[in-house]
Design a protein around this ligand. Structure first.
Ligand code: PLP
Length: 342
């Protein structure tokens, strides 16, 4: 399906010709020996952009998150997080299986408040696990790309730090939050002790995530990356795509956000579909399907060249990204309206 409008995820973006040319030009070396100049340059830039001391190039966001869990927590420790965060919902239980941590999930749509965190921070006793980490996902994927505002991030960090507990920011889509709020990414990231972000989503790189934090954190993370088999060799080829993405594909996220809003407005009022344009803050639109299953709607639209995911029996998700243009959005609106009303 060459001309499909693919709204399944912002992970489906393909590297542009210019990005591929940057990859082809990359100087490389053995990164396990810390000798790949392009990886070192990407790590320097990533640390700078989030305002942290150091950064580590990771093969994936899932590995970045697992390494963050391993680096901050011991077996049996607890991590406070929101509902349906990626580590709870979409990482195959790796935190439990590999890091041995348990999650203390705050009820709600996935965004958490400082007050909710304060109520749940525990010091270990004879009976209770201790809180090792507070986990904030911003933007929050399953909440529909919703943003935790900077002021709330600051309050969460204050509460956590007062208790001696670090904060990890799963910023897979940190730059979507930053662009939507009109603030530099570091203004959000400074309220966390470690930060992961994806190069492979809206930023358009073919692979890779960054894990950022202090120098001592990076040292710990480096050993866990190696333990998990995440040490890579002449990977400057991928790092070059990451540098290109940070230079060229951040500001343009605003276009994805505008298209998501246009999509939500175009779908509002459709029979058989409940969409709330006012909930669209970044590059995602969530909708509840009525009169058929979410899977059925997704299948019917796919047969007409419009792809998106059913997230549950009732709920579908549309994600905009750099490979979806205005014409694609108009096509999607037309097809989804027709198929939802059937
Ligand atoms: C995509 C995503 C990740 C990491 O996923 P990878 O596919 O492993 O890069 C982590 N957290 C969130 C919130 C995500 O959406």
């Amino acid at each position: 399906m060459a001309d499909a409008v693919d709204l399944r995820s912002d992970t489906v973006t393909k590297p542009s010709r210019a990005m591929r040319e940057a990859m082809a030009r990359a100087e490389v070396g053995d990164d396990v020996f810390a000798e790949d100049p392009t990886v070192l340059e990407l790590e320097r830039r990533a640390a700078q952009v989030v305002g942290h001391e150091a950064a580590l190039f990771m093969p994936s966001g899932c590995m970045a998150n697992l390494v963050a869990e391993l680096s901050h927590a011991r077996r049996g420790d607890e991590i406070i997080c929101g509902t349906d965060v990626h580590i709870a919902a979409h990482e195959v239980g790796s935190g439990a299986a590999v890091a041995g941590v348990q999650l203390c999930v705050v009820p709600g749509d996935g965004r958490i408040s400082a007050e909710q965190v304060a109520e749940r921070i525990k010091t270990p006793t004879f009976h209770e696990p201790g809180t090792a980490l507070v986990w904030v996902e911003n933007t929050h994927n399953m909440a529909g790309g919703r943003i935790t505002p900077v002021a709330e991030m600051r309050h969460i960090a204050l509460v956590a730090r007062a208790a001696g507990v670090p904060v990890h920011l799963d910023g897979a889509r940190l730059f979507n939050a930053a662009v939507a709020l009109g603030v530099p990414a570091r203004e959000i990231a400074r309220h966390a002790d470690s930060v992961s972000f994806c190069l492979s989503k809206g930023l358009g790189a073919p692979a890779g995530s960054m894990l950022c934090g202090g120098a001592a954190f990076r040292e710990r993370a480096l050993r866990f990356r190696k333990m998990l088999g995440g040490g890579m060799r002449q990977v400057g080829i991928l790092a070059a795509a990451g540098i290109f993405a940070l230079e060229r594909n951040v500001e343009r996220l605003a276009e994805d956000h505008a298209r998501a809003r246009r999509l939500a407005e175009g779908l509002a009022g459709t029979k058989g579909l409940d969409v709330r344009p006012e909930d669209v803050e970044t590059n995602m639109v969530m909708a509840d399907v009525e009169g058929q299953s979410a899977d059925d709607l997704a299948r019917r639209a796919e047969a007409r060249g419009v792809r998106f995911l059913a997230m549950s029996r009732r709920r579908v998700r549309f994600v905009t990204h750099l490979d979806v243009d205005d014409a694609g959005i108009e096509t999607a609106i037309r097809v989804i309206r027709e198929e939802a009303a059937c």
